[in-house]
Design a protein around this ligand. Structure first.
Ligand code: SAM
Length: 293
């Protein structure tokens, strides 16, 4: 029996802290209001300075990759799973897109009201944003959240969750999403499936004390969430493709980073390795999964 998923929730604050160092709209307001930096400092300790070299860039690119896919699809209705402190609802609402943010109940009870109040203060069209607690492993809770869209076609997106789920949890999540999308006609946009490749390439290039530090941070986070993050990785991309095709999806891959949007945190990466870091992000993919007909 795995540890409860609620143990994963504090990682949303770490992700929010990295994003707050970028130009992602509303990311700073949300991170400050929810004290994301304090959680990141508690969790990472003195390692935070070294982690600040690559993590903000990777998280900024991940967030913007999902946005780019949403815009490419022209989606008008989006459900975000495991949204954490994501500013996406505010950003999409401002762009005229209707958004439902979902996550586990405790973290959502903390973040939803804060994000809503930032939106009201900024005079955004708040009728386009909804938050609804939903565990990705609970089909009825997901259907309940999708109920806001009253039968309109919607897409689903997520980032930063799959690395915490084991294979049987990934399978249930995929089945639930497939059932929702079969009814909605939309697709599932995720940067998570081969995200560990970015970590693996980074680790392969690190040497000496920096490699040890990154390895120990990964171990500490695994311990804090009660899940072995590296053990959840797919063996390789072929294994991931096999898994999601068997779960009933057609797969399209688009580059994670294609140079079409600026990465404001690139300056945190030492000049000598910036090009290498961008190359890793370019080789990674955002996956767009559609239920097979
Ligand atoms: C690393 S955070 C990512 C948050 C956000 N997507 C981001 O990238 O900033 C992982 C999130 O997964 C959520 N989570 C963990 N298990 C979940 C589950 N079974 N159902 C829904 N959300 C879950 C946590 O509460 C947390 O918000």
């Amino acid at each position: 029996m795995e540890n409860p998923h609620s143990k994963i929730s504090p990682t949303a604050k770490i992700a929010a802290y990295w994003k707050s160092l970028s130009d992602i709209p509303f990311s700073k307001e949300i991170a400050v209001a929810l004290q994301a930096e304090q959680t990141a400092r508690q969790s990472l300790g003195d390692n935070i300075a070294t982690m600040t070299i690559f993590s903000p860039l990777i998280l900024e690119a991940r967030y913007k990759a999902i946005d780019a896919a949403i815009m490419k699809r022209g989606a008008q209705h989006i459900i975000e799973l495991a949204c954490g402190l994501s500013p996406r609802g505010l950003q999409l609402a401002a762009a005229g897109i209707e958004y439902i943010g979902t996550d586990l109940p405790d973290i959502l009870a903390e973040t939803g009201p804060v994000i809503n109040s930032i939106g009201w203060r900024q005079e955004l069209p708040m009728q386009r944003i909804h938050f609804q607690a939903a565990n990705v492993l609970d089909k009825a809770q997901l259907e309940n959240a999708a109920g806001y869209f009253q039968g309109k076609s919607f897409d689903i997106c997520n980032e930063g969750l799959l690395m915490y789920l084991n294979a049987s949890e990934k399978k249930i999540m995929a089945e639930n999403i497939r059932a929702l999308l079969a009814a909605s006609g939309g697709c599932w946009i995720t940067t998570d499936i081969m995200f560990p490749d970015i970590r693996k390439q980074l680790f392969a290039a690190l040497t000496g004390s920096r490699k040890e530090l990154y390895t120990s941070v990964l171990g500490n986070i695994s311990e804090q969430v009660g899940r072995n993050i590296t053990a959840n990785d797919f063996e390789d991309e072929a294994a991931a493709i096999f898994f999601y095709e068997a779960a009933g999806f057609d797969i399209e891959k688009i580059p994670f980073y294609d140079g079409s949007y600026p990465l404001s945190t690139l300056h945190l990466v030492p000049a000598g390795v910036q090009e290498w870091a961008l190359e890793i992000l370019t080789q990674a993919s955002t996956w767009i999964l559609r239920p097979k007909q």
